[in-house]
Write a protein that binds this ligand. Structure first.
Ligand SMILES: Nc1ncnc2c1ncn2[C@@H]1O[C@H](COP(=O)(O)OP(=O)(O)OP(=O)(O)O)[C@@H](O)[C@H]1O
Ligand SMILES: [Mg+2]
Length: 241
């Protein structure tokens, strides 16, 4: 069964068409990467999949349920998924409280152990009592990952979750994603500029350009024998933007 199914998703801002009838299907338990140049529409697509903004046309079905794009109606489904933004923020409270936030809004009491495991998973136990706003960029991304996974979402959607980080933090977060997927059987959809990252962690990769998905396949096929010439020139680093 597919965990994420998008059909005919289109979106324009003013007279600029950013997504052009996108079809996308992510199998349950897959680790699926979308690669593509800046401005291709990747973040816009992710925000639509998470019901953070509605498409102009098309449908999104998550875990067998169709998004209505009405906040109250979509809330139960949104609570089974998680989105890490390209620009995560910290609330003005401790790291521990930041990570506990999703449990508070879900009315989950006695979540201390869940918070402990989420912090441990990303190596942040030592900083648990510091203020979230004092974290470094890499620590902030790790905290955002802990906060996004503390309630065990079945679908995890990540937007450039290691952008601007050093190799230590990149490795730690990639390991956290891979082991989260394995331990929980979760479905992960990630957008990345980092082609090596897609190669390292994704089973399936899609190449997106100018609001369309040019091609999707097993990751090795996309990188070693792409069917479309544009995919080939992008993965060989020849496409100039
Ligand atoms: N709310 C908005 N209003 C107007 N234009 C928007 C809005 N959101 C996105 N866009 C435009 O849509 C296009 C696609 O943006 P999007 O953020 O989806 O690209 P992206 O593929 O995620 O790029 P990047 O790799 O740089 O993050 C961009 O040109 C952007 O300026
Ligand atoms: Mg983006």
């Amino acid at each position: 069964m597919s965990a994420i199914k998008a059909r005919g998703i289109s979106k324009s801002f003013g007279n600029r068409c950013v997504l052009k009838a996108i079809d996308l299907e992510v199998e349950e338990g897959d680790l699926f990467a979308i690669i593509g140049p800046s401005g291709a529409g990747k973040t816009t697509l992710l925000r639509i999949l998470c019901s953070l903004q509605p498409p102009d046309s098309g449908t999104v079905t998550i875990l067998g349920k169709q998004m209505s794009y009405r906040e109250a109606e979509d809330l139960p489904l949104r609570r089974r998924m998680s989105f890490i933004s390209q620009k995560p923020i910290a609330f003005r409270e401790t790291v521990r409280e930041n990570v506990a936030y999703p449990l508070r809004v879900r009315g989950i009491e006695n979540g201390n152990e869940m918070v402990y495991h989420a912090l441990q998973h990303v190596g942040l136990l030592d900083l648990a009592d510091n203020l979230g706003v004092t974290l470094s960029g890499g620590e902030l991304q790790r905290m955002a990952f802990a906060r996004a996974t503390v309630y065990n979402p079945e679908v995890l959607i990540l937007d450039e979750f290691t952008a601007h980080l050093d190799p230590y933090n990149i490795k730690m977060l990639e390991d956290a994603v891979v082991s989260y997927r394995k331990e929980k059987g979760a479905t992960v959809l990630t957008v990345t500029h980092n082609l090596f990252q897609a190669k390292r962690i994704a089973s399936t990769t899609a190449f997106m350009l100018d609001g369309v998905i040019v091609e999707q396949n097993e990751t090795a096929r996309i990188f070693n024998s792409p069917a479309d010439e544009r995919t080939g020139s992008f993965v060989r680093g020849e496409m100039i933007f």
